[in-house]
Design a protein around this ligand. Structure first.
Ligand code: DQA
Length: 144
C-alpha cells in the first residue's frame, strides 16, 4: 500500500462554483473520485485542501516524514509564497517526487500568474489540462 498526497491550496475548496468558465463545474469530491478510480491497485489517494499556508507547509513536512509522493496545486500561493516553495523543496531534496499541477494554464492568463516560485524546485509541472493535470501526475508518481 502506498499513499499519494494530493494537496490543494487556497480557494480550490470552491471548485464547482468558482469561475466555472476557467476551472469547470466539477468539485474536489469529483476530483477525489476520479483519482481513486484511475489509481493503480494498492495506491491510496489522500486528497486535502486548505486556505491556510501554514497547514499546507505542515502537510509537506508530513510527506517528507512519511515518505509520500506529492501532487501539489499551490493555487495562488504558486505566485508568491517562498515559504511554501522552501517546504516543497524539502520534499524533492528528500528524493520524493513533487509534481506542481494547475487546472488552468497560468501562462495564458494574467501576467502575475506567469511566475511560479515553486516550479524550479518541483520534479515537474503539468498545467492547463483540467483534472487531467492531476491524473497524469498520479500516473507519473505511481509508475512501477
Ligand atoms: C490555479 C492557477 C492559479 O493561478 C490560481 O490562483 C488558482 C488555481 C489552477 O489550478 O489553475 O487558484 O492553480
Amino acid at each position: 500500500m502506498s499513499t499519494v498526497l494530493v494537496l490543494n491550496g487556497p480557494n480550490l475548496g470552491r471548485l464547482g462554483s468558482r469561475e466555472p468558465d476557467v476551472y469547470g463545474s466539477a468539485n474536489l469530491d469529483d476530483l477525489r473520485a476520479l483519482l481513486r478510480a484511475s489509481a493503480r491497485e494498492g495506491v491510496v489517494i489522500d486528497l486535502r485542501q486548505t486556505d491556510d499556508e501554514a497547514e499546507l507547509i505542515h502537510w509537506l513536512y508530513e510527506a517528507v516524514d512519511e515518505r509520500m509522493p506529492v501532487i501539489l496545486n499551490p493555487a495562488a500561493f504558486t505566485h508568491y509564497s517562498y515559504a511554501l516553495r522552501d517546504a516543497a523543496a524539502l520534499v524533492t531534496k528528500a528524493g520524493l517526487p513533487l509534481i506542481e499541477v494547475h487546472i488552468s494554464n497560468p501562462h495564458a492568463r494574467e501576467t502575475f500568474r506567469h511566475t511560479s516560485v515553486v516550479s524550479a524546485i518541483a520534479t515537474g509541472v503539468i498545467a492547463g489540462l483540467g483534472f487531467n493535470s492531476y491524473r497524469l501526475a498520479l500516473d507519473f508518481v505511481t509508475q512501477p
